[in-house]
Design a protein around this ligand. Sequence first.
Ligand code: NAI
Length: 342
Amino acid sequence: MKIAVFSTKPYDRVALDQANENHGHTLSYFESRLTPNTVSLANGFDAVCPFVNDNLSAPVVEKLAEAGVRLLTLRSAGFNHVDLGSAHAHGIEVSRVPAYSPHAVAEHAMALILTLNRKLHRAHARVREGNFSLDGLLGFDLHGKSVGVVGTGKIGTAFCKILAGFGCEIVAHDPVPSEEVRALGARYVEFDTLLSSVDIVALHLPLTPDTYHLIDSRGLAQMRDGVMLINTSRGALVDTRAVIEGLKSGRIGALGLDVYEEEGDLFFEDLSNTVIQDDVFARLLTFPNVLITGHQGFFTEEALASIAETTLHNASAFERGTGDFHRVALTEVTPQGATGQD
Ligand code: NAI
């Protein structure tokens, strides 16, 4: 198939070209985002391969249909940026990548914990300046600490295995408990009990209307003083303003984020020559005990290879007409952000 790949970064190209050796599609790469202004680039293509910040609103989808596009092969799990109704109305199929390496995100969550605890980000900066003082770098043994894992699906389970290796006490909460996680010695408790009984809270659940601002001022009030909060799932699981108050009061002792409520305006781009207009985000950056990464949890060679392979497999299966691809059904409409940015 002739596939137009939008929002292409160099690493996308490498992974897709490699996966395409087994598929033989004709891939054309566009660095620009898919928008009403760039949609004409898709003229003459059979399929479009967008990323999470591409615009797939009804007017864009209509233009894609006029251009002859028959498939949107999303290189993401999330599809909340696609107007599915419009796609179906125009006979355009939508496919996605429902799962890829859970280890990538689980390991990133642990990297945030270790870095925050042992202040590696600060130690690195100090040593480069010839400052070998240890004042302010005091950490704690992770061994024996209790970690609350909210959501024990694919990523949460991988994370619990890492915790077990570190000798942590695992306290879990999930409406669907996992026997695999229980077998690691984890104890399932109610959400409020988890919040009040752990040293570290890690979020590994999807964003839905029910989980929006799951961690708010009420939740923070239940947590232990000096708790570490880790969010690699979705920004809006956390009420950022409440968290800033928690940091100021000392209720939160350390905060590790790979996601942010308003990340759509910031992440994945080099904005180092511009002035950040988001004052809430700018405030977060001022705390010495806050570590933010720009949604890179998924960003490992293995995960990229897996995403590329599934993306192109979906296109191949669509072309063959065998139907064995990860189709997004019209009924699979999720709330904004529920499957989000990955
Ligand atoms: P999954 O679907 O395998 O697991 C999610 C788990 O959360 C399920 O066991 C579900 O029962 C549970 N859950 C749902 N509502 C809950 C609630 N109210 N309280 C506690 N648990 C609840 O999903 P997976 O693959 O483990 O991904 C988890 C999240 O990680 C995704 O929703 C996504 O937001 C995020 N993610 C982040 C990435 C990154 O690059 N930072 C990459 C991929 C995913």
